[in-house]
Write a new protein. Sequence first.
Length: 266
Amino acid sequence: MATAQPKPKPDATPKPKRVRRRPPRPRSLRLHGTVARELGIRIVSGVLKPGEILEGEIAASVQFNVSRTAYREAIRILAAKGLVNSRPKIGTQVSPRKEWHLLDPDVLGWIFVGEPDTDLIVNLFELRRIVEPDAARLAATRRTPEQLARMKAGLDGVARHGFATEIGRRCDEEFHSALLEASANDFVVSLTSGVAAAIAITTAFKQHRLPAPHDALPVHLAVYEAIEAQDAQGAHDAMARLVDRGLADTMEAREGGGGGPIAACC
């Protein structure tokens, strides 16, 4: 009688999982953002003026060394931001400034790449002066403990890292975002991403152009302390001073400095 052969034990060694690799993104999709940025900078800097007709699709794709698909996608990006419009029998035309989505983070970033227009800087801070002091007034009476904690955490991060670092600027952005959200006004809250981007971009611009040894944190702490104390008028006035300081610093940085140190913040 034959002896039964023992069954082989299953291999206990786990088989490596197959890693599903994403197919590489088409080159056209990697490039359209670069083309949109280049054209966007030319538009907001005035190199391409409102009403000017952009090159045709074939010529432009050759100029930027991209496919026509990539160029079309770049134009769609710019159109979504209000910078260009396409018309039959006319072509792609630079839009008037009143149609630009100026609080779009990309558009704001492109504005501050070179020499931002003085009127645009003033207009930006006028908007902040209209919105943020009254947002701070509302936040003083409506903030939640969680929102107050986020504001404090943001300022603690600024104290550790400073406005000169990217992480410090992100902490500052978190402070301002939490403050706007604490207003509990849906229309004010809807401005959060635009206002936060404006603060981050102008702060980076000032630090690049005119780094400052002066401590700007007390200007922000005054706003926080008034909100923490539920002092509505004090929060309004402190935020108004912070925005005014930001405008003065930005204009000084644009002119290349001079005078005493500035607090590159706000």
